[in-house]
Design a protein. Structure first.
Length: 198
């Protein structure tokens, strides 16, 4: 891959990775509620699945998706339902004492499940590989390079959203604002779920 093509790739992927999709909204919500440190397992779960999805798509899973296009619709529906469940859980946890919040803080598994149903990322992984794999060059090296680059970009983006959520909480800390944040971020998640279905 040439240097100019790599820059073009980063230029396309950067805004997609940082945009307000399901995972990033969850990062902000969890960062606000549980702080960055307790959100780290969730971030790692999302990023790990992104890496696996990138490698799978890079080595040919996109052919499977092309063969069964209806599968994408089922993934969208399942992802939207999972977001509504997470929104409900988030709103409920915002109504409990902060001392009890550690018990329900997001886990690595939660990040993995969310990312498995995050059709937005899967879509732009397909775009990434269809646009930037050079058929004249060895495929393995390109897939590994693009997958690792995408993994790092997602890790930075999701961490940034979680840190922003934590900053909001620190800046506007009170019992009332914690409950309000729960409703605001929970509503945002429901909104993203509806957007996924549309």
């Amino acid at each position: 891959m040439t240097y100019s093509k790599l820059l073009m790739c980063v230029g396309i992927m950067f805004p997609l990775a940082f945009s307000a999709g399901p995972a990033n909204v969850m990062m902000a919500a969890f960062g606000a509620r549980y702080r960055f440190a307790k959100t780290t397992p969730f971030i790692l779960g999302v990023s790990f699945v992104v890496l696996l999805q990138s490698i799978a798509v890079g080595f040919g899973a996109s052919a499977f998706v092309d063969t069964y296009p209806g599968l994408f619709r089922y993934l969208q529906g399942a992802g939207a339902l999972y977001l509504v469940y997470l929104a409900y859980r988030f709103i409920r946890s915002s109504e409990t004492e902060v001392s009890n919040a550690a018990n329900s803080s997001p886990k690595f598994r939660d990040g993995m499940v969310l990312q498995l149903f995050n059709v937005k990322v899967l879509t732009y992984i397909l775009i990434l590989f269809s646009q930037f794999i050079d058929v004249k060059l060895p495929k393995t090296n390109q897939v590994i390079l693009l997958s690792l680059g995408h993994f790092v970009l997602v890790l930075i983006a999701t961490s940034s959203w979680a840190l922003a959520g934590e900053w909001i909480t620190k800046t506007f800390a009170s019992g009332t604002s914690a409950r309000l944040q729960g409703y605001v971020f929970g509503s945002m998640l429901v909104g993203v779920a509806i957007w996924m279905l549309l």
